[in-house]
Each structure stands twice: as C-alpha cells, then as structure tokens.
Design a protein around this ligand. Structure first.
Ligand SMILES: Cc1cc2nc3c(=O)[nH]c(=O)nc-3n(C[C@H](O)[C@H](O)[C@H](O)COP(=O)(O)O)c2cc1C
Length: 224
C-alpha cells in the first residue's frame, strides 16, 4: 500500500480505516512548511492518546508540546541536530512517569466506584502497588512501556488526521530534561516531531517477517 499523505483536516476528523492507518504510517524525515497545528487538532490527538491502556490505569505519561520556533531552535542541538526539529510544525516530548502511584487512591477509588472491585480488593490493591513496582528498575519499565503505548496511539491518530510524525530517540536526555524543566520523577522517553509530510520518504525498510518474530508455545518453536 502506498504511503498515504492526506491533507490535514483542521476539523481533526479521522476518516482512514485502521488497517490503512497501520499500513501507511511512516516515520517522516522530510517535513514541509504548513499551517500550525490547531488547538482542535491537538485536543483530538491527546483525547485519543489518553485512551491508551496502562497498568492499573495509572496513565504514566505526560506530554510537552514545543511549537514555538525559537524554543525549537534551542532544542535542535539537544536533539543531535536532527533537522526535523526545525522543519516540523512542533516537537512533543513524551514523558514516562516513574511515580504514577501518587494517584493510587484516586485511581483505585474509581475502580471501586465503577463497580470493578469491592472495598477489600481496593485496599489489597493499594498495598499491591508497592509489590508490583518495588524498585526503580520496575518503575522505569512501567514508565517506558506506558509512554510508548501512548506514543503509538498518538502516531496513528496523527496519521489518521493527515499529520506526519517522527519518533526520535536521538537526543540528549539530560539536556532535554533541563531545557524543558522536567522533574526527576519523569523520563523523557521519546521526542516526537509532528507536522506536514513533504511526501519524500524512501520506500519502507523491510520487516523481519512473522516467521522470525512469532514463537509458538515456547521461545524458538515454529509452527509447521
Ligand atoms: C523509539 C524510536 C526512536 C527513533 N529515533 C529516531 C531518530 O532519532 N531519528 C530518526 O531519524 N528516526 C528515528 N526513528 C525512526 C525509525 O528509524 C523508523 O521507525 C524505522 O526505520 C521504521 O520506519 P517506519 O517508521 O517508517 O516504518 C525512531 C523510531 C522509534 C520507534
């Protein structure tokens, strides 16, 4: 399927079907100038993004949108000088929260109030939070896993709205953290360029193939 570069819809409607969106999303390295992303579009993007799943529904993600051109100029050297920082319409820092448990009372109360769990289970879960995420390593995994799921939702929603994205790991995490004023409890898991594709991407690189990535019943076992 050809890479689809739709015209961004300022009304933020998504008309692409899911398979088409997954098959045609690309990491965009060539942006063109275009209109600023409207507040309606941002709202729709983040409304859809926050429907991503997360452990205990803790939602361990936050986002910092940098669309001011001057701020992006300053961000540019912190992102290994990647030109997309300057050429896209905005950069979004995708943060993973190492301590989303600060909301545990509120989150577990919702589970209780919405009829998922009774009071004793709620109390047991409140204790379990520290058991499930006992140390820094597990908290980092949780933060990165949650933030990455949200980032994927964001990319597909943006693509469906006719916007192009580039997820980026090529940046100085400490430099970006300081520049954006991110507290220590959060990781900058990814920088995401968002904007208008110039439709100049090279063909997509091949994937490993399902025989290589899927194991049946145990690691290394193929289905014949
Ligand atoms: C976590 C992550 C980090 C990435 N970092 C960069 C980056 O710093 N610079 C870049 O040009 N591409 C980056 N990419 C894009 C990948 O090269 C791209 O996703 C991959 O080649 C597959 O291409 P596709 O997304 O068009 O299917 C990153 C992708 C991911 C998921």
């Amino acid at each position: 399927m050809k890479s689809a570069v739709a015209t961004p819809r300022q009304d933020a409607r998504i008309v692409m079907n899911l398979e088409e969106a997954i098959r045609t999303r690309r990491s965009t390295h060539y942006f063109r100038p275009g209109p600023a992303i409207s507040q309606v579009q941002w709202n729709k993007l983040f409304e859809l993004t926050e429907l991503s799943p997360s452990s205990f529904n803790f939602q361990p993600w936050d986002f910092i949108v940098v669309d001011d051109p001057e701020r992006r100029k300053q961000l540019h050297p912190l992102c290994w000088g990647q030109k997309q920082v300057l050429e896209s319409a905005a950069m979004v820092a995708v943060l993973g929260d190492k301590n989303p448990h600060r909301r545990d009372q509120q989150v577990l109360q919702q589970f209780h109030d919405n009829g998922y769990i009774d009071e004793s289970t709620r109390n047991a879960y409140l204790q379990a939070v520290d058991v499930v995420y006992p140390e820094e390593g597990r908290r980092i995994e949780h933060a990165v896993g949650g933030a990455c799921l949200a980032a994927m939702t964001f990319m597909l929603a943006a693509h469906g709205m006719g916007l192009a994205t580039l997820p980026m790991i090529g940046f100085d995490p400490e430099g970006v953290r300081r520049f954006l004023g991110v507290p220590d409890e959060y990781l900058v898991t990814m920088m995401m360029a968002v904007g208008h594709s110039a439709n100049q991407e090279l063909p997509r690189q091949q994937r490993r193939g399902i025989d290589d990535i899927v194991h049946w019943d145990r690691f290394g076992q193929q289905r014949t």
